[in-house]
Design a protein around this ligand. Structure first.
Ligand SMILES: C[S@@+](CC[C@H](N)C(=O)[O-])C[C@H]1O[C@@H](n2cnc3c(N)ncnc32)[C@H](O)[C@@H]1O
Length: 494
């Protein structure tokens, strides 16, 4: 039977965050557990059709180690998948019986978040929560609004988080015995997203991270394609002392492919003085070299006298002021679709986006004075080679006194004004370089580039950036030419 046939109808799949784990991925996840007690109390929250528990059971039956009994507790809200889940559990019972392992299971067709938040809140009238030795999870993924039922329920257990998946992991972590193990697959967004700071803190304070695994290809992600999320698989142990080193591994995501792995000091995964507690995953070989190069840079945007902001024109809020084409009393409105190689091509009358915005009392707070600006896209498409795509807005090419930068781009400025031309060109080379792209990929697993990410980067000093910029006679360099230029200047400074 196909996965889709046994799961919720398509529109409910999104609501439930239902993306089932392919068997090879489930088997890999099950292989990550360390030694387990004789009797394993296993939690599978958001169990779907039971692929993860099935993989866990198969692994233990094959391994024939000390485990004599497994007590599985499964939570699954979707009634359409319950029969498949029960069938998988009966199958687990048969496989275990053959291997001499006692297998019992309890399926709860209830809301894991509601039930466990209440029990973890230690409400007098509610039974205390169960505890587990192991948990395996591919939790549902969906944003949850501040006033949603899920958020209110989680708050009851002292958890404040903005996605279902982080809510699930926070609850699961609290249900583990000290030394209990969790293997999970989730979007990678929690590793650096600004909204996940609390979650990272809670996660790193209570779980010792032993392994982080990523798929090299974005196509390997099996979640909602439109989000272009990368996934991470982690093995973590309930405890408060992070190990000296973490296993970082990667695979292409295809069946039976080779897993490359290495041991990286924990201090390189979470930098000790990073208040944001970004989780870096240096999986590809280029990532290590990029870190070395970036570590030698000591300027911050602040020390360069620069800032980066998200474009202030939110188009749907200023709908009546937008114009398809420039007309009297309008100024240029720049979207990422105006990026054209290294420069801005404006206007684009044939494009789908408006090219201009009225310049009046209502719109003025959202406009900036014209000048040389360095722009970056906030979202890149799957086809784009780099995560960071920068271009230069040159007032010599687009004449105007004021400009609107739309919200899907970030702009670098000096106190709200434009930049020195050679500095902008140097930043252009630096941000478009492979070295920055590789460094960026260490901590960012999605196609979104937040202004916070750009604020956190280390930059070359002003003289180096200006010298780099001055040497660029054209912005139309190939990637190799650009990398050569950046390497030359960065190495000269070491
Ligand atoms: C990403 S799927 C993963 C399913 C399965 N663990 C797997 O790996 O194939 C998440 C599952 O969680 C279920 N789910 C969503 N919200 C839930 C909730 N509040 N309580 C229990 N299950 C929930 C969905 O119906 C879905 O089957």
């Amino acid at each position: 039977m196909s996965i889709v046939a046994i799961s919720a109808p398509r529109q409910r799949q999104g609501e439930l965050g239902q993306f089932l784990t392919p068997a090879p991925v489930a088997a890999f996840m099950a292989s990550l557990f360390g030694p387990l007690p004789d009797l394993v109390r296993l939690l599978d929250a958001g169990a779907g059709a039971g692929a993860l528990t099935e993989a866990f059971v198969s692994r233990l039956c094959e391994k024939k180690d000390a485990v004599h009994a497994i007590e599985a507790t499964l939570f699954e809200l979707d009634p359409f998948i319950q029969d498949a889940l029960s069938e998988t559990m009966r199958n687990c019972q048969r496989v275990c019986a053959q291997a001499g392992i006692r297998f019992t299971f309890a399926i709860h067709s209830t809301d894991f978040i509601r039930e466990m938040s209440a029990r973890l809140a230690h409400d007098l009238f509610v039974t205390p929560p169960p505890t587990f030795d192991a948990a395996i999870a591919n939790p549902p993924y969906r944003k949850i609004n501040v006033d949603s039922t899920e958020r209110c329920n989680l708050r009851y257990a002292g958890i404040e988080t903005s996605n279902l998946y982080t809510g699930f992991i926070s609850l699961i972590q609290r249900l583990l015995e000290p030394g209990g193990q969790l293997v999970g697959i989730t979007p990678r967004s929690f590793c650096n997203g600004p909204y996940f700071r609390n979650f990272r803190e809670d996660f790193l304070d209570n779980l010792e991270v032993h392994r982080l695994h990523v798929f090299e290809s974005r196509d390997a992600a099996f979640r909602d394609d439109s989000v272009l999320q990368e996934n991470v698989i982690f093995h973590a142990v309930r405890g408060r002392k992070q190990p000296g080193a973490v296993v970082i591994s990667s695979s292409s995501g295809e069946n039976g492919d080779v897993v490359a792995e290495k041991l990286i000091p924990f201090t390189e995964i979470v930098h000790p003085h990073d208040p944001e507690k970004f989780i870096h995953i240096p999986s590809a070989s280029g990532h290590a070299a990029a870190k070395k190069t970036m570590d030698a840079l000591h300027s911050s945007l602040g020390s360069l006298g620069l800032s980066v902001s998200t474009g202030r024109v939110v188009d749907f809020r200023l709908k009546s002021a937008l114009r398809r084409e420039p007309e009297k009393d309008t100024v240029p409105l720049v979207y990422p679709c105006h990026f054209n190689g290294g420069t801005v091509q404006w206007p684009k009358p044939e494009g789908r986006k408006p090219n201009a915005i009225l310049n009046n009392a209502e719109t003025r707070p959202w406009l900036v004075r014209s000048g040389v600006y360095l722009l970056t896209k906030r979202f890149t498409s799957k086809e784009e080679r780099r995560r960071l795509v920068a271009c230069i807005f040159d007032p010599a090419a687009v004449q105007a006194e004021w400009l609107g930068f739309e919200n899907h781009l970030n702009y670098f400025h000096s106190n709200g004004h434009g930049l020195d031309r050679s500095l902008a060109a140097g930043l252009f080379a630096f941000l478009n370089s492979t070295v920055v792209d590789q460094y960026f990929r260490r901590f960012s697993g999605h196609t979104q580039v937040n202004a916070t990410d750009l604020r956190k980067l280390a930059y070359p000093d002003r003289e180096t950036l200006q010298a780099m910029g001055a040497e660029m006679r054209t912005l139309d360099l190939s990637q190799d030419e650009l990398d050569e230029l950046v390497e030359k200047f960065l190495h000269a400074r070491r």
